[in-house]
Design a protein around this ligand. Sequence first.
Ligand SMILES: Cc1cc2nc3c(=O)[nH]c(=O)nc-3n(C[C@H](O)[C@H](O)[C@H](O)COP(=O)(O)OP(=O)(O)OC[C@H]3O[C@@H](n4cnc5c(N)ncnc54)[C@H](O)[C@@H]3O)c2cc1C
Ligand code: FES
Length: 1292
Amino acid sequence: MPLCAAHGLAVTTVEGIGSSKTRLHPVQERLAKSHGSQCGFCTPGIVMSMYTLLRNQPQPSMQDVETYMQGNLCRCTGYRAILDGLRTLTTDSGGCGVQNCCRTNGSSGCGPGDRQTNGTGSGQNGTGSGENGTGSGLNGSGSGENGTNSGQNGTNSGQNGTNSGENGTNSGQNGTGSRQNGTPTNGTYREEDRVGTSLFNTERLTPYDPSQEAIFPPELMLRPDWVSRPLKFSGPRVTWHRPATLSELLRLKATYPNAKLVNGNTEIGVEVKLKRCEYPVLINPGQVTELTSVTWDEDGVTFGAAVTLSDIEAELLTAQSQQPAWKTRVFSAITEMLRWFAGTQIRNVSAIGGNIMTGSPISDLVPLLMSADSQLTLMTSSGEQRTVPIRGFYTAYRRNVAKPDEILLSVTVPYTAEDEFFMGFKQAHRRDDDIAIVNAGFFVRIRDQKVHTFRATSWDDSLLQEAVSLLLEDLPLGPSAPGGMIEYRRTLTLSFFFKFYLQTCGWITGRVDESCKSVLEKFHRPTPASTQLYQVVPDDQPVEDLVGRPVAHMSALKQVTGEAQYLDDIPPLAGELHAGFVLSSRAHARIASVDAREALQEPGATHFFSAKDIAPERNKTGPSPHHQDEEVFRAETVTSMGQVIGLVLACDRATAQRAAKKDAIRENSFTPTVHYFEHGDVNAAFSSAAHVVEGSVRMGGQEHFYLETVGCIAVPKEDNEMEVHVSSQGLNINQMLIARALGVPANRIVCKAKRLGGGFGGKESRTCSVTTPVAVAANRSGRPVRAVLERDEDMASMGTRHPMLAKYRAGVTVEGKVTCVEMEIFLNAGFSHDLSLGVISRATTSCDNAYHYPAYRITGKLCLTNTPSNTAFRGFGGPQGSMVAEAMMDDIASQLRLDATQVRMVNLVQEGHLNVTRQPMVQVTVDRCIAEVVQKAGFRRLQREVETFNRLNRWKKRGVALIPNKFNIAFGLALLNQGGALVHIYTDGSVLVTVGGVEMGQGLFTKCYQVVTRVLGVSADRVYISETATDKVPNASPTAASMSTDLYGAAVLNACEQLRERLAPFRKAAPDGTFSDWVLAAYQSRVCLSVCGFEATKGLAFDPLTHIGDMYSYFVFGAACSLVEVDCLTGDHQVLKTDIVMDVGESLNPAIDIGQIEGAFMQGYGLFCMERLKYSPNGFNFTRGPGAYKIPGFGDIPLELHVSLLRGSPNPRAVYSSKAVGEPPLFSAASVFFAIKEAVRAARAQNGISEPLRMESPATPDRIRMACRDMFTDKLPPAPEPGSFKPWMVDL
Ligand SMILES: Cc1cc2nc3c(=O)[nH]c(=O)nc-3n(C[C@H](O)[C@H](O)[C@H](O)COP(=O)(O)OP(=O)(O)OC[C@H]3O[C@@H](n4cnc5c(N)ncnc54)[C@H](O)[C@@H]3O)c2cc1C
Ligand code: FES
């Protein structure tokens, strides 16, 4: 929304509704306590969407919540925890979530007097200490004399304090039970199995009281003319007019014929930001009555062109509730379409006129308006009106018959007659907030039992056949047509028509064939259900010891209140300049010359730097220690889109970016690195195998889509020192490469990160391509330089997960037991090595997933290509490797006609088996995980139900799959398995911890402070972890490989144990003293209270040449079962149910671990079922923003999601028997992919197709639909031979 459009409005931000220092808003409190915030970058948006909902509707339902959440994305949590927190504010929870909530006991709402607001302590680790006060700290301690602590994980140490902390001693929700008073309060704790079933306490939440909300500011209320009077804002580049009347609008249009009318700015904004369009005069018609009014008459409804989509939706819904259903068939199609149109935020501001005038081929409304025969009224600047049917309005791509001086005044949509039938359809990659792949509107009038448009006159099969032929003729998409997916898009039009045909049969005859009914039902979205099970801590665990308890993320309160500082929240520094990157727009080109003159002419632009500003030997760079195959600035050629050619510095970000976009360049491989593992006589094993199964699998890459893009601030200091704040998981790599680029020793460079808004591997090494040029620029200019990538720049340049192609051959017994395998895995590394050697290493050592291969020959090759350098991504090649194993198991089962689960079970790895690096498998729990999933999911029953469903339903099919999961823990490179920590104790007894690992939402800092509470026996409020910095903990490995708690948690443990020993004599001398007493006594005795802790993972000695020694420390196992339903006509699907069991050892923090599992599952779901990178054959990345690249949203979580942590599985190799959790659960989402495959197989079997099913990952709607082959796909002409045409897009 443009700032000018906010004139006269009051804007409330997340900081304005609550604070961790005073009082939290109930939305903030619930989101924090429900663990709905991990990295927290998405959190303010989610808080404010919920806040807006409550302001509009104080008693919302979960359906409302889901609608308001559309358009919000979270890459960390997997959404379940967010929804659970917000649910407590809905009618679905029985009110505000508080027991005996006023809304559930019949009254109309909380009165001010009902609220318990006489206390205000609310710090995260705060202390409820006010007299009669109520501390609401998340993990607080009630230490006040008469204080009442209601902290979530509170510990009571107050003299007379009453502790009701969620996980505390008195009324612990999570099964710690009551060491003092006995009874658990929520009734879910079962002593016999010590299972925790709830991660937060809904009983101690501050009630939501709408009467306490801030009112609209009186100064604005008293000046309505602020809203209604004409306005003009003039800036150096743009003038904004807001006329108050139609005549004024027309006069402006006559004066400025090229002026753009702007309503929601959702099209214009994109054009200005991404397509660099410039519109010097904008006219906002939002106050012009003729354009904002809605009028009804006997023929239908007329919407002014500036009526917003939300208002249209509300208006049409009212009409539908008041008019007969037949009369409003078009309206109901429009309201249904609007449900899937963008998100609430967009619908609230964007107008129907903007949609029509843009004339985009993906418009959701235009096809409906056309098929409903809507009329448009246009008006010239001299006031002449004309009405044109929208069917004749468009002349070509984004062109229409409106003259330059004409505006769209209104659009009229007719009622339907009783004999007129209407339906609309849309298919997108993601149901919520995505643009259509194909959309359609269908209208038919059947008068006197005759159809009039077709040669066939009856609504029967002959008409269907004729319509199918006509549609194919009408939509002759060429093989290179923009958008690609040619066969799918053509098929979809037939599928949609078939649905319309079936529905109309039903309307006419009142009957639809039973087996076809289900395909007319849209995927329903009841409120998702979920459970989380975990092992609770023993009763006798001391209260201050937080290890094993589901305590909230230590930054949760700061994140929900907007107080958490991310890189770009650091206030501007004196003299600071902003960097704009000149990035290559070609995949492969020679740089003939770099001309910065035009860029530097932009007012405010101060400097330009490129390869000539750095010595050639220092320009060579690259995160891979063995390959300095990158450049700080590209010097002679570019080998991928998105490479840095130069950097413009300017006084502000917008100027820097504008200047950098001036055209500065005029311009006129396979390189394999082989990883090889072989064991046994593979050839002999193949010769003697009962069957040999061959196949291949392709898996696409994946964009990290962390919500905070990459950025840094480089601050030059004296003596060549430089401080660099960087949003990176690999501070050490950045430090080293910056030092190298500047030609200074590493001791002059300090890299720092407080927290990241997500990383997922994408901020491990690629950040260097931003920090090194920025550091050079800061060094050369002598000024602090800030660079924060725009989303499109980040996506174009930072690389992705490695796309994979793998070929396999397996020798198998008649029972499907594998006797030998041969696998070849190719990974697309992009233009440089980066971390790809490590990725291919993990892929090749993960290609056994949870299976045992007696003999094998495994080869891994890296392909260097002209795409951005691909890099680490959660799993680091593990998911690719495991996918090869699972695709092979799936093929074995289908080719041998065996039960897929049975095949998986007979090949399952057992304790003591050797893996592909000849390392013995220990603590194998995969069988236990599977058994628990089978039992919890009711797997066998699900299989039977699926069979029945598929028999009864012609066009919808279900599939269920159970997939085991193993992840190898440790960095593949042994030397990286080390970590340090620095722990200081101050004389007041407070503890400051610094670790080498970076907090990026995964909860590393939270787990570290939990460790401190146990070792030192101090309460949480005494422990603080501020940031990560290379001058505190040197030489830290990247925060990656799921190892951060194993390394840094262990280093903290080590440091704290040393400190505990140093304090022991003082504790012994004064056993009744407090921690502060002992600390003070130690200080007075001149004992050092600062310790470096260190951890080096033991037993790792893998030699990549000889293959001798253990590569991994231990293994994490799990299993997942998913049930899906597929619409065979459209390729759409819905996940009905997922059950996951993961062995995370003895969880240090079940809330964080379950959050990691759910987040990883949803990210994996994106990887395997949704997220598709699209490149042109020339290497141009089409998927450079949320518009084109879809990650899972709120609407994609399984309708049922059950997560269990395996109990009774202590791990002797990591901190307090825990196991790593960050990456292993991602592969559980493969269960959805294989369940989809099962459903597709059922469709194919019904259509008599017996060929093996090949399906590439991700299983996007086009792939699903085309794999379901049927009478419609068979109607398509054969696709042209690959190579005979240039496709619009290619899969990498
Ligand atoms: C995140 C996102 C999601 C989206 N999702 C969808 C989707 O699911 N489906 C879909 O169809 N679209 C989608 N869009 C596109 C866009 O939101 C719609 O087209 C919307 O209706 C545009 O309305 P607006 O008021 O924002 O247009 P604006 O950007 O304000 O204007 C768009 C164009 O229309 C012209 N215009 C506006 N009013 C008049 C008038 N009265 N006379 C003459 N010209 C006029 C403007 O000058 C401009 O050229 C999405 C956009 C975004 C940013
Ligand atoms: S917590 Fe939502 S994006 Fe990180």
